[in-house]
Write a protein that binds this ligand. Structure first.
Ligand code: F0G
Length: 473
């Protein structure tokens, strides 16, 4: 059979409230054209993130009922520990409430002024937690990883030459850690090959620097290795996952992605000195080491989720559904970052809307139109998110993208067909879209709360003002 179906039946449903264009225009105006300010009840298809938005299985819900909520020594922790250890055999596994809590603890211990943390591409929270300690976060992804049209199969790979050159230049003693983000979210959800993981490990060993994984989407990365890397076609995903982590000395994890739960994470490592310091900090900020920031039932849901996420029928469906969206958008003439990532498709809005300059935010213009046209919520990753410089000047980001992140096990193919139809229609009338202007913004992380006004609305306001002024004369 050629048709790939969702490998699950739906037992419990959540209604979607349908809205019309006039209602959506009012919601948008109320939200100052910032999609983070919308009520999610007024969104038809929510592609803002794949993080914490997964559907849990009947088995996960059942496992939650046996969650043991003891303060210390809970059997739920043992089940969590066993499930994580099976895939990522680190000697210390420390639960946290989400990925950034693991990052905060790790970098509080090893960061600081004069230190450098190297990565293929740091995710925003990783970078922010590193910089908060005074250390510098350095991105060393291969050149192809920054070219949207490049079809390289492993665009998340570390540039090994640059990695070694950087270590030689700054001195291994100033580099407490090298990281690999699998898959590389900020670079388009692109995977890292096993070959590249091994080469990175080799360089790390040569200079005696530990290698940590940012493991959020480890199962999706393992599936890409199975599909694209010669020699792995017949290796079970579980074995590939175990091989990946055999080259690592630790990891940070957001369970909100590839542990198929709505909240959770962990920090894992072999270094006993760092682990002791991490547990001490954990007690201060998250909780006792056998629950971290989580309830016993959350630990149970993670333990079960970890067995489901490496199921090959699940991964086949998961990656195929992202590729389905990508190939239909390409067929409709919509430029996307190629090849499709694991958890998301990224539209190249700057290329799609050349009449909107980067400082008029083509990504935001497209995201706003997707909501107005069809109630679809997506996320701008471009000049709104990255354009404000530390000196207060604005500058175009390297790319203006819109990320369509696909929640796990949530939407069916007809939902995705709806998204394809909406974007095809928008693309046909794309010359009608106009840019936006920011009318208010906070000092940091402006994309979450900035207020916008469409430029055409601003033109109208100006016209009205001129007319009113003329009448008053
Ligand atoms: N690392 C990566 C690669 C991520 O994608 C995320 C979160 C984190 C770390 C932080 O994990 O949210 O549990 O604290 N990414 C989400 C996203 C927010 O939408 O891509 P967290």
């Amino acid at each position: 059979m050629k048709t790939i179906i969702e490998p699950f039946r739906i037992k419990s449903v959540e209604p979607i409230r349908m809205t019309n264009r006039a209602e959506r225009l009012a919601f948008l105006e109320n939200a100052h054209y910032n999609l983070f300010a919308l009520d999610s009840e007024n969104v038809i298809i929510d592609l803002l993130t794949d993080s914490g938005t997964s559907s849990m299985s009947a088995n996960q819900w059942a496992a939650m009922m046996r969650g043991d909520e003891s303060y210390a020594g809970s059997p739920s922790y043992d089940r969590f520990h066993k499930a994580v250890h099976e895939l990522m055999p680190f000697t210390n596994i420390i639960p946290t409430h989400q990925g950034r809590a693991a990052e905060k603890i790790l970098f509080s211990i090893i960061g600081g002024k004069g230190k450098y943390i190297l990565n293929n591409t740091h995710f925003d929270t990783t970078r922010a937690n590193i910089e908060y300690t005074g250390a510098e976060a350095i991105d060393l992804v291969i050149a192809e990883g920054k070219i949207p049209s490049s079809e390289h199969p492993f665009k998340g790979n570390m540039d090994i030459e640059k990695l070694e050159a950087f270590i030689k230049e700054k001195g291994a003693e100033n580099i407490p850690l090298v990281m690999l983000t699998i898959t590389n979210n900020s670079g388009g959800g692109q995977p890292v090959s096993m070959e590249n993981i091994k080469q990175t490990k080799y360089i790390c060993m040569k200079y005696d620097i530990p290698l940590f994984m940012d493991a959020c989407r480890f199962a999706e990365n393992a599936w890409f290795i199975k599909m694209r890397e010669p020699g792995y076609e017949n290796v079970p995903v579980k074995t590939i996952v175990q091989e990946i982590f055999s080259y690592a000395d630790g990891c940070t994890m957001s369970a909100k992605k590839d542990a198929l739960v709505n909240m959770g994470g962990w920090l894992a490592m072999n270094n006993p000195v760092w682990a002791e310091a991490a547990r001490n900090l954990l007690i201060l900020t998250e909780g006792f080491p056998t629950y971290g920031g989580l309830a016993g039932r959350d630990l149970e849901a993670i333990a079960t989720g970890l067995t489901e996420v490496i199921d090959e029928d699940y991964l086949h469906y998961r990656i195929s559904s992202t590729q389905y969206l990508a190939s239909h958008l390409t067929a409709a003439g919509i430029p996307i970052v190629k090849p499709a990532g694991g958890h998301a498709v990224y539209i190249d809005a700057r290329n799609m809307l050349p009449h909107i300059t980067p400082l008029q935010y083509p990504g935001q213009a497209l995201a706003v139109e997707m909501y107005l046209h069809a109630g679809i919520r997506a996320c701008e990753i471009g000049t709104v998110m990255f354009g404000m410089q530390a000196n207060g000047q604005e500058q175009a980001a390297p790319m203006d993208l819109v990320r369509l992140a696909i929640p796990r096990r949530v939407y069916t193919q007809s939902h995705i067909d709806y998204v394809i139809e909406a974007l095809t229609e928008i693309n046909q009338n794309k010359q009608d879209l106009s840019g936006l202007k920011i009318i208010w913004q906070p000092k940091q992380l402006r994309h979450f709360s900035a207020r916008f006004l469409p430029l055409d609305a601003q033109e109208k306001q100006k016209e009205n003002f001129v007319k009113a002024f003329a009448v008053s004369q």
